[in-house]
Write a protein that binds this ligand. Sequence first.
Ligand code: GTP
Length: 170
Amino acid sequence: KPQALTFKLVLLGDGRVGKTSLVLRYVNNVFSEKQEATVQASYLTKRLVVEGVPITLAIWDTAGQERFHALGPIYYRDADAALLVYDIMDTDSFIRVRNWVKELQQMASKNIIMAIAANKSDLVRAKKFDLQEAESYATLIGAKLFVTSAKLGTGINEVFLDIATRALQK
Ligand code: GTP
C-alpha cells in the first residue's frame, strides 16, 4: 500500500496566542483554558483526505516565547507550509506575525505556503474586530486569513484544509 503524501507544517507566532490550542483542537478536538506554554516544540500528525487523496500533515507546534526564537529555523527550514498565528485582541502579536513572515521570506523555502490565523475570536463581542489590515496584509504575502477560535472550534478545519489543499496543488 503506498504511503500517504506527507506535508510538513510549522506553527509560528507569539507566546500565548493559541498555537498549541489550535493544533489540539484540530487533531484531538479538545481545548484547555490552562494550556501550558510549549517548550521548544512539539509534534503531532493528522491524516485527512483532500479531493480523494490521503494526506498526512506533520505538524510542528513551536514555542512562541522569545527565548526560543533562535530555534525557528530548525522547524521551518524544510517546511512545506507555515501557519502564522496571532491573538485577535493583541496588536503586538500581529506585528510578530509580520516579523515571522519577513524571516520566512528570507530563510525558508521560496515556495512555502502561508496562512494566517486570527485566533481567540470568541473574546471579541459582536464581531467588532477590524480585519481589513490583516486581510490586505495576507493578500500581499499570498496567504489567506482565517478567523479562528480554538475554544469554540470555529475556523479550525478551514485553515488546515486550506493549507493541505494548497500543498497538494503545489
Ligand atoms: P506558547 O506555547 O507560549 O507559544 O503558547 P501558544 O501560542 O501555544 O498558546 P496556548 O495554546 O498555550 O494558549 C495560551 C492560552 O490561551 C491558554 O490559556 C489557552 O486556553 C488560551 N487560548 C488559546 N486559544 C484560545 C481561544 O481561541 N480562545 C480563548 N478564549 N482562549 C484561547
